[in-house]
Design a protein around this ligand. Structure first.
Ligand code: HAM
Length: 428
C-alpha cells in the first residue's frame, strides 16, 4: 500500500485520461469561439457569501457540499472552494464593470469545481465543468441557442443518445403562489417526509422536488406542477423558447418535474441525460435562466442564462459507449547514439531539433544502440536519428522506423528533412 493517496472523491487524470479531457476541451473551445463566447477565469475560491447568496442557503450545494476553507485568523474573511462557476462569473460581471460593455456579455470557462458530496461513480468531490454564460439577454431566442450549443457539444464529442429535458420554473411573479400550493401538498404528506425534507419544507419547498432521497420519488410524482401555475409572460417565454428549439431541430422533451438544484434559476431550466439514465441523478449537464442573480450579487437588474456540462461524466459515458481513449502522438523522432556513454551529443542534436519546432525525444539512457532503437519503436516514433562515426564530418543516419529504410543526412539538413517528412505524413 502506498503511504499517500489522492483524497477521497478525487482522482488523478493520468496522461491517457488527461488526453481525453484535452480532446473535450478542444471541442468546447472551438464551439464557443464559433458561437461568440469569450473565455474568462475566476478564482477557484470566493467569499462564502457569493455562494450562499447566489446559489441559495437552503440548497444541498451550500448546506451540505460546500468546501469551506478554515479561516487563518479570527478576522479572516470566510472563503469556500467554488462548487460551480456561475456565481463567481456573475460576481466578476458586477465587479469590474462588464455591465458597461455591449450586451449581452457571453463568457465561457472550463475547470475544476468542488463539492463535498458522497463519492460514487460519476460523482466526485473535484470534477470538471464546461460552462457558458450569456449575461444581458432576456431571451427567449438565446435560451434555445444555448440549449442547442450544449446539445451540439455532446454530438461533436461523440456521445450517443443524449436527451434534452426542458422546463420553465416561473419567476418572482408566479412562483410564490405555486410554492404555496407545493407546501400545502407536502403538509398533507408530512408524516412520510424524511427529517431533512420536513425541515426544508417551510424554508425552501422547491428543493424537495429535486431531493435525492428515494422516499421522495413517489411523493414528487404527484406534486403540483409549476407549468400549471406559470404567469402569462413566463408561459409565453416558455412557448417561444420551445418554438425556437423546434426550429433548430433540437430533440427535446418537456419534463414538468425538472426544477434544478440551485436557487438562482428563473423560467427556462434544462438538463442533458443519456437516454435511460434520467432517474439516477446523473445529469450529463444542466443549466437555465437566472434573471435575478446579477441584482442579488449587487448589480443592476440584468437577465442571464447558461449551462454547466460535467466533463468527468462525458468521459465515463464515452468509455461505456466503447470509444477508444484519445490517441497521444508519439515523438516524430528519437535521437539515439552508437556510443552508449555519449549523452551530450544526443541531447544537443535533440535540443536543436526541438528549437526548430519538432517533437523529438533524446534517448538519455546509457545503453546499447539496439535497445535505444527498440525503445524508440515502442514510443511510436516515426524516425530514429542515429549518431555514429559520420558525426565527425557533420552527418547522421536517419532511419524511417515505419518503412524500415535508412539514409545518411547532413546534420545541417536534418530539421528541414524531418519537418518535410512530418508534413508528408500528416497530409499523405
Ligand atoms: P449543476 O447541475 O449543479 O449546474 O452542475 C452541472 C453539471 O456538473 C452536472 O449536470 C454534472 O454533469 C456535473 N456535476 C455536478 N456535480 C458533480 C459531481 N459531484 N461530480 C461530477 N460531476 C458533477 C451548475 O453547476 C450550474 N452552474 C450550471 C449553470 C450555468 N446554470 C447556469 N449557468
Amino acid at each position: 500500500m502506498p503511504t499517500f493517496r489522492a483524497p477521497r472523491g478525487t482522482r488523478d487524470l493520468l496522461p491517457d485520461e488527461r488526453a481525453g479531457f484535452d480532446r473535450l476541451i478542444r471541442i468546447a473551445s472551438s464551439l464557443t469561439q464559433r458561437y461568440g463566447y469569450r473565455p474568462i477565469e475566476t478564482p477557484l475560491f470566493e467569499q462564502t457569501a457569493v455562494f450562499e447568496r447566489g446559489i441559495g442557503e437552503v440548497t444541498d450545494v451550500v448546506e451540505k457540499e460546500l468546501f469551506r476553507i478554515a479561516p487563518r485568523t479570527e478576522e479572516s474573511e470566510s472563503w469556500a472552494l467554488r462548487p460551480e462557476p456561475t456565481a463567481g462569473i456573475v460576481r466578476a460581471y458586477v465587479q469590474p464593470g462588464m455591465q458597461t460593455l455591449p450586451q449581452p456579455v457571453k463568457l465561457t470557462t472550463i475547470g475544476p469545481m468542488f463539492r463535498y458530496d458522497r463519492p460514487q461513480a460519476g460523482r466526485y468531490r473535484q470534477f470538471w465543468q464546461f460552462d457558458v454564460e450569456a449575461i444581458g439577454d432576456p431571451g427567449p431566442a438565446v435560451d434555445a441557442e444555448i440549449v442547442e450549443l450544449g446539445h451540439r457539444f455532446y454530438v461533436e464529442a461523440g456521445v450517443e443518445g443524449v436527451e434534452v429535458l426542458v422546463n420553465s420554473i416561473g419567476d418572482g411573479v408566479c412562483r410564490p403562489a405555486y410554492l404555496a400550493s407545493l407546501v400545502d401538498y407536502y403538509r398533507t404528506h408530512v408524516d412520510a417526509l424524511p427529517p431533512t425534507e420536513r425541515e426544508r419544507l417551510e424554508r425552501n419547498a422547491l428543493r424537495l422536488l429535486d431531493s435525492k432521497d428515494p422516499v421522495m420519488t413517489g411523493l414528487n410524482a404527484d406534486a403540483p406542477r409549476i407549468t400549471d401555475h406559470l404567469c402569462e409572460p413566463c408561459a409565453a417565454h416558455f412557448e417561444s423558447a420551445k418554438a425556437h428549439l423546434e426550429a433548430l431541430g433540437v430533440p427535446f422533451r418537456v419534463e414538468p418535474g425538472l426544477v434544478r438544484g440551485l436557487d438562482y434559476y428563473t423560467r427556462t431550466a434544462f438538463e442533458f441525460y443519456v437516454a435511460g439514465r434520467e432517474g439516477q441523478q446523473q445529469a450529463l449537464g444542466g443549466g437555465g435562466r437566472y434573471d435575478g442573480l446579477v441584482e442579488l450579487l449587487g448589480g443592476k437588474p440584468t437577465p442571464g442564462i447558461g449551462f454547466g456540462l460535467g466533463l468527468d461524466r462525458v468521459a465515463l459515458v464515452l468509455a461505456e459507449q466503447g470509444h477508444p481513449p484519445a490517441a497521444v502522438d508519439g515523438p516524430l523522432a528519437v535521437v539515439a547514439g552508437a556510443d552508449p556513454d555519449d549523452t551530450v551529443e544526443r541531447l544537443r542534436v535533440a535540443t536543436d531539433l526541438r528549437a526548430a519546432g519538432l517533437r523529438v525525444r533524446a534517448d538519455l539512457g546509457r545503453r546499447k544502440l539496439g535497445r535505444q532503437l527498440e525503445a524508440a519503436g515502442k514510443d511510436g516514433a516515426h524516425f530514429a536519428v542515429i549518431l555514429g562515426d559520420e558525426l565527425a564530418d557533420g552527418h547522421v543516419q536517419l532511419r524511417d522506423l515505419l518503412a524500415g529504410t535508412q539514409r545518411v543526412v547532413a546534420l545541417a539538413d536534418l530539421a528541414r528533412d524531418l519537418a518535410r517528412a512530418e508534413q508528408h505524413h500528416k497530409h499523405g
